[in-house]
Design a protein around this ligand. Structure first.
Ligand code: ANZ
Ligand code: ZN
Length: 811
């Protein structure tokens, strides 16, 4: 028969599958539901190899689940709002909508060429008014519950993208898209109250997420248990937050953040010039720079003193930028004997260091100590508290004692801030609020949603939303009093869009609800896959969103995702990230044109453990090319048959069923590269079996049949072609996954090398417990062994069952 030519049939199968609706999800179909989802892409214009890598293996997994009898929903959409469309619009003078929808059309075609089982009838884009209408609806529900509020706050201003960013979008002090150094600005912005859910978001019992993700989210939420302690100052009582109230008697000075509201009031005239200069300088540094422990501590004395609440000692009050305005109360009690930063600061400025925690049996801290002691121990130099246990682990009792004396209050703080959602850009969901002179902020009535984005806008980035300039759109009437009112001109952070899209796939065109409650039984998403870069932002926001939806009575789920798995990244050949500027980009379209879809799919699953990823190796694709060629020949090349090899029925059944068992286990673990390896190995056995007496027997037929089914999830096109040419009815993709014959899959047979006078000359497969005469007879029958025995006298035979056969001959 002809050689393997994927181009002869791959496209035709894709068209037929689409035409037959083979991958259309029917919620009423039998089988336990399985909702599998990969993170939807931004419609940048092209699917790159990373998209393929992220989607091919989950597709194989979804197909496998389907063959195992699950009713599988595997949808796809587009995360379509955001800055690139707006920037492209500015650059090329086209409407962001036109740019976005043409990219979506192109990328959908590319996805379809990937041969996935995505149900395209459920596709949507978040920039569809019928989608973002529900963003607005949710906003209003949040608002009604007090979970959306507007507040003046110090915000992260990206001077390049000319917009505010959420804390989560600032990486090392820079905008996550623009890379620009972030500035601080005071602005009035909408926030979502994610902090109300801080404690619940720390609880991962209802969601199985990789350890890495849990740790990143936990650190981001940053829960700290401690106390607030209040000190009297000339400008009124000042409260500090501390996680170490056990060290209260060791506090020797206070420090305020430069932005702290009380700095000016506390500063004495003598110190004013110096303090003001310091505050201005500190304002130019980012939080990240300020938190870095390297570099000398800087600071300035205010001239004022605070009164220690227990000893009455006068503690100098300093201003220093290692204290952040945005954490705790923006001020601290400094305990230099037991805190790194306070220690460095005290040494630099000659401030007192007072030891109050001493390791059990330890010496008193030396006057010239080079480091603070931050461990556990006993409290010393603390009056009534002396002798109590100190250290992080024992603060609860201390807090209670301090509370009794009225000098402290138990307090838990979080690093997590409310989610700032206002953006001063055009291509996003308009915030559904109007401002009336009489009534203030009024939500747009739900029956007037969506508030549509106007098409005619100027895109000059001015620091204000482009919507400000469209007066006809801005000016409206107040829904409450009918008087003149103005729309909010900001749009929502695009992470709003992706926070609930997993619900929308259930009923993408529902115009009564965000999703059809009758479909709720399909929740949660059973398996969500995507990149680790979303560990905090998107995953934390969508967990929060689901909890709000639950509290709104929209779902009974606590979490959107039952299981999350992250794939790795495919790097360039040079081990660097693929990028146009580095010139190391691999184009999947080119690969498909050259090798066909199934080969590219195979290679992407074979190239690396899926969760790790690795560098692209252009040579590596030859393995999959050869493999699929051999698979093809196995089924369609008549010449290769004939009884030259020695594969028994038991051997073949063992090879097939043990591979089937391994592949099933590897699918469950999402270990795709080992699945491909197991199928390649099985191919070797099948090629051998084809040239052995087992060829043509029912066992041979069973082997080809099972192998065909095992190919289906990975390489759906060649599997369908084989299925059809072998006379299969319907599609291979709706066949049940084959059952492992456990008896055939496990056997006590081993392959042992046969030595003649100590040199290995061949091998035999025999039972581990075969008796000596049977083992030796089998060994002598091996042709290579027989050759060496010819004309020789056997002087000794050594047999260790399952391990060694050695036939020693005379010289
Ligand atoms: C006294 C003390 C003694 C502290 C000691 C630590 C060790 P985490 O665990 O990260 O929550 N702190 C409080 N507010 C701060 C701010 N706005 N900027 C910088 N530092 C601040 O850290 C809590 C500790 O960080 C607090 O406990 C406080 O210093 C400091 F041996 O108080 B501690
Ligand atoms: Zn009004």
């Amino acid at each position: 028969a002809e050689r393997y030519n994927p181009h002869a049939f791959e496209h035709a199968w894709q068209e037929k599958w689409e035409h037959d609706g083979l991958y259309r999800f029917d919620p009423e179909a039998p089988g336990e539901k399985h909702y599998a989802m990969t993170m939807f892409p931004y419609p940048s214009g092209n699917l790159h190899i990373g998209h393929w890598y992220a989607n091919v293996a989950p597709d194989a997994h979804a197909r496998w689940m389907r063959m195992r009898g699950h009713n599988v929903l595997f949808p796809m959409g587009f995360d379509a709002f955001g800055l690139p469309a707006e920037n492209a619009a500015i650059k090329n003078n086209i409407n962001p909508a036109a740019w976005t929808y043409s990219n979506i059309a192109h990328m959908t075609g590319q996805f379809q060429r990937m041969g996935t089982m995505i149900d395209w009838s459920r596709r949507f884009a978040t920039c569809d008014p019928e989608y973002y209408r529900w963003n607005q609806w949710f906003f209003i529900q949040f608002y009604k519950r007090g979970l959306a509020y507007k507040r003046e706050s110090l915000v992260n201003w990206d001077p390049v993208d000319q917009t505010v960013l959420a804390n989560e979008q600032v990486i090392d002090g820079r905008g996550d898209r623009s890379g620009a150094l972030i500035e601080r600005r005071l602005m009035s912005q909408w926030h979502f109250k994610i902090t109300d859910y801080a404690d619940e978001l720390l609880d991962f019992t209802h969601t199985d997420m990789p350890e890495r993700v849990r740790v990143m989210q936990t650190n981001w939420i940053g829960k700290s248990v401690g106390a607030e302690v209040t000190f009297d100052t000339p400008a009124g009582p000042e409260t500090v937050f501390t996680t170490r109230p056990d060290t209260l008697m060791g506090a020797t000075f206070l420090v305020l953040a430069p932005e702290h509201a009380r700095v000016a009031a506390l500063t004495t005239d003598e110190q004013r010039a110096e303090v003001e200069a310091y505050v201005v300088a500190a304002g130019r540094r980012t939080d990240v720079e300020r938190q870095q422990d390297s570099g000398e501590k800087t600071g300035v004395f205010t001239g004022a003193f605070a009164t220690h609440p227990i000893t009455g000692h006068q503690l100098p009050i300093w201003v220093a930028d290692y204290v952040l305005a945005t954490y705790g109360t923006g001020s601290i009690m400094a305990v230099p004997a037991h805190d790194e930063r306070d220690f460095a600061f005290a040494r630099r400025f000659g401030l007192d260091i007072r030891e109050v925690i001493r390791p059990e049996g330890g010496e008193p801290m030396a006057g010239d100590a080079e480091a603070p002691y931050s461990g556990e121990g006993l409290i010393v130099n603390s009056g009534d508290f002396d002798g109590l246990a100190g250290g992080k682990a024992s603060i609860a009792g201390i807090v209670a004692a301090l509370e009794e004396r009225g000098v402290a209050k138990a307090k838990t703080t979080y690093r997590l801030r409310d989610w700032l959602v206002s953006r001063q850009r055009y291509w996003g969901t308009p915030i559904p609020i109007v401002y009336c002179q009489k009534c203030g902020a009024v939500p747009v009535p739900e029956d007037q949603l969506p508030v549509e984005l106007p098409a005619d806008v100027e895109f000059l980035p001015t620091g204000q939303s482009p919507l400000v300039l469209n007066r006809a759109w801005v000016e409206t009437t107040c829904p409450e009093c009918g008087g003149p009112a103005e729309r909010d001109t900001d749009t929502m952070d695009t992470f709003v869009d992706s926070s609930w899209y997993m619900y929308r796939y259930l009923s993408p065109h529902d115009d009564q609800h965000p999703f059809d409650p009758a479909q709720a039984r399909l929740l949660p998403v059973d398996l969500y896959t995507g990149g680790i870069e979303h560990a905090i932002l998107h995953l934390l926001y969508s967990r929060f969103w689901t909890k709000v939806m639950r509290d709104l009575g929209l779902t009974t789920q606590h979490e959107p995702f039952a299981h999350l798995r992250n794939q790795g990244i495919i790097l360039g050949e040079d081990n660097e990230k693929m990028s146009k500027s580095r010139g190391n980009v691999v184009d999947p379209d080119d690969l498909v044109r050259e090798y066909g879809v199934d080969t590219v799919r195979t290679y992407l699953m074979f190239i690396a453990p899926w969760e790790l990823g690795g560098p692209w190796d252009p040579q590596g694709i030859n393995g999959p090319v050869k493999w699929l060629g051999r698979v093809w020949a196995l089924y369609f090349d008549e010449k290769a048959s004939g009884p030259q090899e020695n594969v028994s029925e038991a051997d073949l059944r063992y090879a097939v069923h043990s591979a089937l068992k391994k592949v099933g286990g590897d699918f469950a673990r999402m270990s795709f590269n080992t699945i491909v390896a197991a199928l390649m190995e099985l191919t070797n056995t099948l090629v051998k079996a084809k040239r052995s007496p087992v060829f043509g027997t029912p066992v041979w037929d069973e082997a080809l049949h099972i192998f065909n089914l095992m190919l289906a999830p990975l390489v759906p096109h060649i599997a369908e072609q084989i299925w059809t040419e072998r006379g299969g009815v319907g599609s291979v993709h709706v066949q049940p996954w084959p059952q492992v014959d456990e008896a055939a899959a496990t056997r006590d047979t081993v392959t042992i090398g046969v030595q003649v006078s100590g040199k290995v000359r061949g091998e035999v497969s025999i039972s581990k417990t075969a008796p000596q005469d049977e083992a030796l007879a089998a060994a002598r029958a091996v042709p290579e062994v027989a050759r060496y025995l010819e004309g020789k006298a056997v002087v000794k035979e050594i047999y260790v069952p399952g391990r060694i056969i050695n036939i020693v001959t005379s010289k």
